[in-house]
Design a protein around this ligand. Structure first.
Ligand code: ZN
Length: 132
């Protein structure tokens, strides 16, 4: 399997949202950390797949996107608090503006992130959408 292109070798972290968790104090981290800031050397970190659901912790509407995202403006960027307490930054897709609000339940979906290079591989990854 050593001939797998890089984009597929990165599959676990990009698609499964692998982070880790400190068994000592129960705090989850994404992306994974090398050391638990609460427990320092007493912390025991184990790999953990992040939950697929969470809620919007805070959000913002973006009117001018970075290179490659111009066609998608305006769009929503949110800090999402996952069910295990870890917070991640993600774009919110497929959700009408009136449903994008603090505390709204969201779930992970797979979406194309970028196809800037028409000859290159299309990058897919996680985004979130509001669930009813
Ligand atoms: Zn800890």
């Amino acid at each position: 399997m050593s001939s797998l292109p890089l984009i597929w070798r990165k599959f676990p972290e990009r698609y499964l949202m692998k982070g880790n968790k400190c068994e000592t104090c129960g705090t989850a981290f994404f992306p994974a950390r090398n050391i638990c800031p609460n427990c320092r050397r007493k912390g025991k970190l184990v790999e953990e797949e992040m939950p697929r659901q969470g809620k919007i912790f805070s959000w913002t509407e973006v009117f001018s996107g970075p290179c490659g995202f111009e066609m998608e403006t305006p769009y929503f960027i949110a800090i999402i608090e996952l069910e295990n307490g870890a917070k991640i930054l993600s774009q919110i897709v497929d959700s009408p503006k009136e449903k994008v609000k603090t505390g709204a339940k969201v779930k992970k979906v797979f979406r194309k992130i970028s196809d800037i290079d028409p000859e290159g591989p299309i990058a897919y990854g996680y985004k979130f959408k509001v669930v009813d």
